[in-house]
Design a protein around this ligand. Sequence first.
Ligand SMILES: Nc1ncnc2c1ncn2[C@@H]1O[C@H](COP(=O)(O)OP(=O)(O)OP(=O)(O)O)[C@@H](O)[C@H]1O
Ligand SMILES: [Mg+2]
Length: 297
Amino acid sequence: MNVDHLTEATSRLLDLDDAARIERIRSPRWIGYPRAKEVLAKLEDLLIYPKSHRMPNLLIVGDTNNGKTMLIERFCAQHPADDNPGGDGVIIPVLSIQAPPVPDEGRFYNAILELLFAPYKPNDRVDKKQLQVVKLLRYVGLKILIIDEIHHVLAGNLNRQRAFLNVLKFLGNELQVPIVAVGTRDAFRALQTDPQLANRFEPDLLPRWEINNEFLRLLASFERMLPLREASDLHSEALASRLFSMSEGYIGELSRVLTKAATYAVESAAERIDSKVLDRIDWVSPSDRKRQIDRAT
Ligand SMILES: Nc1ncnc2c1ncn2[C@@H]1O[C@H](COP(=O)(O)OP(=O)(O)OP(=O)(O)O)[C@@H](O)[C@H]1O
Ligand SMILES: [Mg+2]
């Protein structure tokens, strides 16, 4: 059997039975597309940035469902905590937290303390928690603080926004570590309201995909990682434009379409993704899905 369309690791999965193969198809996979690699390289750079009173920060901006969280998870996985058995205590070079759903400073600190398994009293005053957080993050030797879903805390009225921006400023100054904020365009707009922060947060975009060579390469990468027996040629013109319109340029949607299609290809014994398979999976494009929901609510 010719398995040139697969990576070596993927081709070994062809020995699994169908159920196990489908499980693998449905499991998360990482594709290092060029833009992601660029951002990862920037993060690596920040990791070794010498401490100063003015650290560079990064704002990763992108549409929803387009790979922001996955990218920072990848970075965190590459820089795991170290138990440091011979030393004083655990070392945590990279910490990634999700901003609370509302701009509440206390809850923000709670989230950090919980992540670090630090005992704390939820009712403690904010300044006490803040002190505890700073001490703890110094103690673990933090080098980068990543805050995902930053748009949550930058939403709402201007005072609240300001208060939160000050928290970021304070943490950055106190810890002398770069802060990486991750969020949607709303976050970008909110940061622009504070000139002092706007020029400290360099924005970096994860834009939606367009139908171009990079997209074709992305399709080829997906194909190499989906354990199907036959080549699909996802990057062929007809399939590529069909997949582009089904996913509307979101990598999350593309991943879902391909997962569904590959699953169907195994179950139906088609063993490749072609236009017939794409007809069969019931797929509603993201904007139609949104329209349906809007109508129903
Ligand atoms: N590098 C990648 N390789 C393969 N699949 C990816 C990659 N990045 C993202 N995906 C797919 O896209 C989905 C959405 O990605 P992710 O959760 O990172 O989006 P997001 O930009 O954080 O979205 P949101 O704004 O809604 O939080 C993932 O669950 C995964 O299926
Ligand atoms: Mg996310």
